[in-house]
Design a protein around this ligand. Structure first.
Ligand code: AHM
Ligand code: MG
Length: 329
C-alpha cells in the first residue's frame, strides 16, 4: 500500500501526466470529496440525530423520499454549485436538470448523480452509497437537456462513494479504477485499492429472486444454470446496488436487474446508476450489458430513463447474455 497517498495527491499526479490539463477537473473532484465527507458523517450519525425516516414526499421516480436522500441531494448541489467547474447537474431525486445560473460562474463539466443509492437500506444500518458521472459540457455551456442525454462512452469520469464498514471512494477517469478509504482520524481519503481488476469469472450472483414470478424465461434458465453449476455459485444480494457492485468488483461475480413482466424497462436508471458503474466495470476488465447491447453505447432518450442491467465479471456477463435471446415479452 502507498502510505499517505491522499486522493488529492493522486489526482494531482494524474493531472501532471496530462499536459493539457487545466486543473479544473482536480478542483471539481475536491468539491465532490467535501460533499462525500459531509454525507458520510451524517450517514454515520444516523440513529443519533433526526435523519432517519421519510420526508413525506414522493420523488420523480414515484418513490418515497427519505430524509437522508434529501440531505445527500442538497449537500451535493450546495457543495458543487459554487466551484465554477460545472454548468449543470442532474439528480435521480430531481425532476429537471439543475442549471448553474448567474449566481455562480459556469464551468465545462456536467455532474449527474444518485445522491443516496439503496434508500430501502437507510433505516436499517445497511450500506448505502452515492454514484456519480461526469460529462463534458459542449455548446459553450449554454445548457439544454440534450447535453445530458449522452451515451456512457462519453463520460470523462465516474465513481461512487460507499458508506459501508468504512467509507470508500472508487473512481475512474479512463485510466483504470482506483479505490480510496476515508481515514476518519485524518479526515482524508487514502489510496487503499490501486488499479482494481475484476476477476474474469466469479462465483457470486446477485439478483432479487423475489421477482422470479415476473421473470422472462431466459432469466430463470440462467439462474437455474448457476445453481446447478458444480463449482457452486453463491447468492449475495444486499439491495444497495453500490454495495452489491463493489463486492462483485473485488471478488468477481455478476449483478442482474433484468427487465421482467412487472418492470418492462428494468428498474435502474441509465444515467445515474448503469452508466457510471459500467464505465468502472469496463475499466476494471469487466463487462456490462442490458442483455442485448453494451450499456455504454445506449443513447439516452430521457433523463430518468431506466434500463435492464447485467454487470460484473466478463465471462459471467457473456454467459448471461447468451440466455437473453430466450427472453420473450
Ligand atoms: P434507489 O436508487 O431508489 O435506492 O433504487 C435502486 C436500488 C438499488 O440500489 C438496488 O440494487 C435495487 O434498487 C434494489 O431493488 P429491489 O428492492 O427491487 O431488489
Ligand atoms: Mg439508486
Amino acid at each position: 500500500m502507498n502510505i499517505g497517498m491522499t486522493l488529492t495527491k493522486f489526482l494531482l499526479e494524474e493531472q501532471r501526466r496530462s499536459p493539457d490539463s487545466t486543473g479544473n477537473f482536480t478542483a471539481l473532484f475536491s468539491d465532490l470529496v467535501v460533499a462525500a465527507k459531509i454525507i458520510s458523517r451524517e450517514v454515520n450519525r444516523a440513529g443519533l440525530i433526526d435523519i432517519l425516516g421519510t420526508t413525506g414526499n414522493v420523488n420523480v421516480q414515484g418513490e418515497e423520499v427519505q430524509k437522508l436522500d434529501e440531505f445527500a441531494n442538497e449537500t451535493l448541489i450546495r457543495t458543487m454549485e459554487h466551484g465554477g467547474h460545472l454548468s449543470g447537474m442532474a439528480s435521480e431525486e430531481m425532476d429537471e436538470i439543475i442549471k448553474i445560473d448567474g449566481k455562480y460562474p459556469k464551468g465545462k463539466y456536467l455532474l449527474l448523480f444518485d445522491p443516496l443509492d439503496g434508500s430501502s437500506n437507510i433505516d436499517v444500518n445497511v450500506s448505502v452509497g452515492t454514484i456519480f458521472s461526469i460529462l463534458r459540457c459542449e455548446n459553450g455551456c449554454d445548457l439544454s437537456l440534450d447535453d445530458f442525454l449522452k451515451p456512457g462512452v462519453e463520460q470523462v469520469a465516474a465513481g461512487y462513494i460507499l458508506y459501508g464498514s468504512s467509507t470508500m471512494l472508487v473512481y475512474t477517469t479512463g485510466n483504470g479504477v482506483h479505490g480510496f478509504t476515508l481515514d476518519p482520524s485524518v479526515g482524508e481519503f487514502l489510496l487503499s485499492h490501486e488499479n482494481i481488476r475484476i476477476p474474469e469469472k466469479g462465483k457470486i450472483y446477485s439478483i432479487n429472486e423475489g421477482n422470479s414470478r415476473h421473470w422472462f424465461p431466459g432469466t430463470g434458465l440462467y439462474v437455474e444454470k448457476l445453481k446447478a453449476n458444480e463449482k457452486g455459485y453463491t447468492a449475495r444480494y444486499v439491495g444497495s446496488l453500490v454495495s452489491d457492485f463493489h463486492r462483485n468488483l473485488l471478488k468477481g461475480g455478476i449483478y442482474l436487474y433484468p427487465s421482467d413482466r412487472k418492470s418492462q424497462k428494468g428498474k435502474l436508471r441509465l444515467l445515474y446508476e448503469a452508466n457510471p458503474l459500467s464505465f468502472i466495470v469496463e475499466q476494471a476488465g469487466g463487462r456490462s450489458s442490458n442483455g442485448e447491447h453494451r450499456i455504454l453505447d445506449i443513447v439516452p432518450q430521457e433523463l430518468h430513463q431506466r434500463t435492464p442491467l447485467i454487470i460484473g465479471s466478463r465471462h459471467d456477463v457473456e454467459e448471461a447474455e447468451s440466455f437473453w435471446k430466450l427472453q420473450e415479452a
